[in-house]
Ligand binder design. Structure first.
Ligand code: GDP
Length: 324
């Protein structure tokens, strides 16, 4: 495969090239991994910047409904929208539930939208790398907004927040007046909380939930990367397509402010460092995954177990064998 040519086609917004690139990125074959790395490097000559929007929420809060309505609103404004997913459950089922085109039927038929399901991978780390690279490819392909969806499970929010310019938490109206058990760490990551389903009978509960979260956000330490009033809680109705323009305006206000104050590039630079470190760690861990390494680990563990060798010496021996 001619990688420089593929990169040029992507930059010229050739959809088939985009699809081919993503297939290449998702391949686990070593030669494809090398080509994917070459492609990522070649795409650096594109100067187009998208807004990368991470979106998290538990099943049923209305993520697919929101992405479809929000995506249609954006394409209606003449913008191009890509939708990607980090779906930890696809690792278990072997197939993807998120990003499935049948969930976003109208948007998937929109020529200015591109929807890609989560790659199936056994490790969240593998899914993370592929999604992160797909984000960069979509950006080079001229998309204006890249939405990265995840179900709020385990570490997936962190993974998505670390590849997004904005991290959005989608919530449903709570029954009582209690906060919905959202973990503090997730609240701290959120740039904007959207309380969805603010319509019909649910409107009063949505209003209450929104003001509870607005209060909770005010109690969090003010962040230097935010202007006054952020992070913020807003109400939307994905179903009635209400509040979506306002949500986009708030996102734009925040990104523009960050751009003007150096926090936009600063965040991307910090993320690049983070992913570099993650790749090194994963590559080192992968060295323990070979049959030889597993046998050596087992041998040494047995020797440690029966007292032949102390753990620290056995560990040194293992590292020596890995380097050999
Ligand atoms: P996901 O699992 O987070 O992707 O949630 P879905 O988008 O599949 O939505 C779950 C359910 O909530 C569906 O029955 C939707 O019709 C409903 N829903 C989504 N958005 C809204 C909304 O804004 N208002 C109301 N009333 N229902 C909604």
């Amino acid at each position: 495969m001619n990688i420089p040519e593929l990169a040029d086609k992507i930059i010229k917004q050739d959809r088939r090239a985009l699809a081919r690139a993503i297939t290449l990125i998702e391949s686990t074959k070593p030669e494809h991994r090398a080509q994917a790395a070459e492609l990522m490097d070649a795409l650096r000559k594109s100067t187009h910047q998208a807004v990368r929007i991470g979106l998290s929420g538990t099943p049923g809060v209305g993520k697919s409904t929101f992405i479809e309505s929000f995506g249609m609103m954006l394409t209606g404004q003449g913008l191009r929208v890509a939708v990607l997913a980090v779906d930890p459950s696809s690792a278990r089922s072997g197939g993807s539930i998120l990003g499935d085109k049948t969930r976003m039927e109208r948007l998937s038929r929109d020529p200015n939208a591109f929807i890609r399901p989560s790659p199936s991978q056994t490790h969240l780390g593998g899914v993370a790398r592929r999604t992160r690279e797909a984000v960069a490819v979509c950006e080079a392909a001229g998309f204006d907004a890249v939405l990265i969806e995840t179900v709020g499970v385990g570490q997936s929010e962190t993974v998505v927040a670390e590849m997004s310019d904005l991290f959005i938490l989608l919530l449903a109206p709570a029954g009582g007046d209690e906060l919905q058990g959202v973990k503090r760490g997730i609240m701290e990551m959120a740039d904007i909380i959207l309380v969805n389903k603010a319509d019909g009978d649910l409107k009063p509960a949505a209003t209450r939930t929104c003001s509870d979260y607005a209060g909770a956000l005010r109690l969090l330490r003010k962040r230097p990367q935010d202007p006054d009033g952020f992070p913020k809680a807003l109400m939307v109705s994905a179903l009635q397509e209400d509040g979506l323009v306002n949500a986009w305006e708030e996102m734009t206000t925040l990104t523009n402010w960050r751009r003007e104050n150096g926090h936009f590039d600063g965040r991307r630079a910090a993320q690049a460092r983070y992913w570099f470190e993650q790749e090194v760690r994963q590559a080192l861990l992968a060295q323990l995954d070979t049959p030889e390494a597993k046998t050596a680990m087992q041998d040494l563990a047995d020797q440690v177990g029966d007292g032949t060798v102390v753990p620290s010496l056995a560990a040194q021996e293992m590292l020596t064998r890995l380097k050999a």
